[in-house]
Design a protein around this ligand. Structure first.
Ligand code: NAD
Length: 455
């Protein structure tokens, strides 16, 4: 069996041979990736169900269709993204060709997380292939069924010389990081991101970090409370809160909270029935470790559980849960929840809400629910976050025209659509000159006489 460094060496030789440079090669690989997803959709859905009990609908819209849509978009557009971009010229460069050329970086490493184990591997890979790179994929070992399927399918469909899957957990990933890559694209927790950065520093490898954090949902002013409850419950409990862009906590006035709670109760019953554990639309917590982490958080909170709270360790089931009377120093407010627990904090004013948001790390997404445009605008103008969406959650990330990524502690860099292509490209500044105007050039050569300065 090949060692990790042999895999990387093999891909590097392929890259240096120039095989990935022609547009046609990239197009063929993207098309094969499309076939891979379509031919094996049933197996993919079954692996996602095994890993997280993902409901079929959620698995299709948030994994399979996300990859297919991204492929369609890249296949339709990447030829134009590859074209040189001519820039404005100065008088002294009028006769030159001045353009930006997008070049592949080389052999890149994509490390994925377990919560959307298909999408988080293949969406970045589409950008990397379109940009002409060779790619090592390192899916999450936590979502083991999907990891295994990815390792089986990729070599069957894509060029083995240019793309490889390396399996394993923390130790294997650390060993893999000792190899030299031209870019590392990491999706996962902030804690592990530090390990990735340390490894990347040794080779001065550029890194994209797709991390998480606490995404607020600020409900303020006049608001359609029934619609707000539907959209909030959907965004929070999709994949049972195991989404990097899930609303992590709600901020609202005490009066809004009182109006919201019965609507949340009603919506949760409408969506998942009276016994959510029996509902096929409720995913499970990915592992016992994460189940225990979430149950410990619930045990530590000083807030009051007003909806849900039921759990079953054997089944890794936690019911959609709402907690009120939560203060900023509560256990639920110290780290990203990443599970089906929704704390509600109250604030007295728009300014207090904005101050609370700004007091914390910049989130990956920020949601504002309000009928009042001035409220939405005020929050947008006075905060910072990776993405922003008013009156809904998660959906902003489905549009390939919008960059997807964090800011500060929620991540560095972005992808989706052209943004992914750019992340995996070097923007090479090119000036092609001839030998004309040599007499004019005399103006910049020594001796630097006074009269040359007056030019
Ligand atoms: P994870 O446990 O699957 O880890 C992510 C990857 O890091 C895996 O491939 C794993 O093998 C590797 N890894 C784990 N420990 C390592 C170590 N010590 N050294 C090197 N590699 C290691 O996933 P996770 O970290 O639990 O992911 C959840 C986090 O990811 C959440 O914070 C979530 O918000 C974030 N996330 C972000 C995005 C995004 O697009 N911004 C998407 C999904 C998840």
């Amino acid at each position: 069996m090949e060692t990790q460094s042999q895999v990387v060496d093999r891909l590097r030789s392929a890259f240096l041979s120039g095989v990935t440079m022609p547009e046609q090669f990239r197009r063929t690989q993207l098309t094969k990736l499309m076939s891979m997803i379509k031919d094996n959709e049933e197996q993919i859905l079954s692996a996602l169900h095994k890993d997280l009990a993902k409901p079929k609908f959620e698995a299709i819209v948030s994994e399979v269709d996300m990859v297919i849509n991204e492929l369609h978009y890249a296949i339709a557009n990447f030829k134009s993204w590859m074209q040189p971009e001519y820039v404005n010229k100065s008088l002294a460069t009028k006769l030159d060709d001045c353009f930006v050329r997008r070049e592949p970086l080389g052999v890149v490493l994509i490390i994925g997380a377990w919560n959307y184990p298909l999408q988080l591997i293949f969406l970045p890979m589409i950008g990397a292939i379109a940009a002409g790179n060779c790619v090592v994929l390192k899916p999450s070992e936590v979502s083991a069924a999907t990891e295994s399927l990815i390792a089986e399918l990729v070599p069957k469909y894509l060029s083995k010389d240019c793309y490889a899957v390396v399996r394993g957990g923390a130790e294997e990933t650390k060993a893999l990081l000792r190899n030299h890559f031209d870019h590392i694209f990491y999706t996962g927790s902030q804690a592990v991101a530090r390990t990735i950065l340390q490894a990347a520093a040794l080779n001065l490898t550029p890194v994209t970090l797709e991390l998480g954090g606490k995404c607020p949902c600020f409900i303020y002013g006049r608001v359609n409370i029934a619609a707000a409850a539907h959209r909030l419950v959907w965004a929070k409990f999709f994949n049972m809160g195991q989404s990097c862009v899930a609303p992590d906590y709600v901020l609202c006035s005490p009066a809004t909270r009182e109006a919201l709670l019965p609507e949340l109760r009603k919506t949760l019953e409408e969506f998942y029935g009276k016994e959510p554990q029996k509902c096929p639309d409720v995913s499970r917590i990915v592992s016992l470790r994460h189940y225990t982490r979430l149950m410990e958080l619930l045990g530590k909170t000083k807030g009051r559980v007003v909806i849900g709270g039921e759990s079953n360790q054997e089944d890794k089931f936690i019911a959609p849960t709402v907690v009120v009377d939560v203060l900023e120093d509560d256990a639920l407010m110290q780290e990203e929840i990443f599970g089906p627990i929704l704390p509600i904090l109250t604030v007295e004013s728009l300014e207090d809400g904005i101050a609370l948001i700004n007091h914390k790390e910049k989130p990956l997404a920020l949601y504002v629910f309000s009928d009042e445009t001035s409220v939405v605008d005020t929050v947008l103008e006075n905060t910072s976050s990776g993405g922003f969406c008013s009156n809904d959650g998660i959906v902003h990330m489905t549009l390939p025209g919008l960059p997807f990524g964090g800011v500060g502690a929620s991540g560095w860099g972005n992808y989706h659509g052209r943004w992914g292509f750019e992340t995996f490209s070097h923007q090479r500044a090119c000036m092609l000159r001839g030998w004309a105007l040599e007499r004019l050039n005399g103006l910049r050569y020594p001796p630097y006489t006074e009269d040359k300065l007056s030019w």
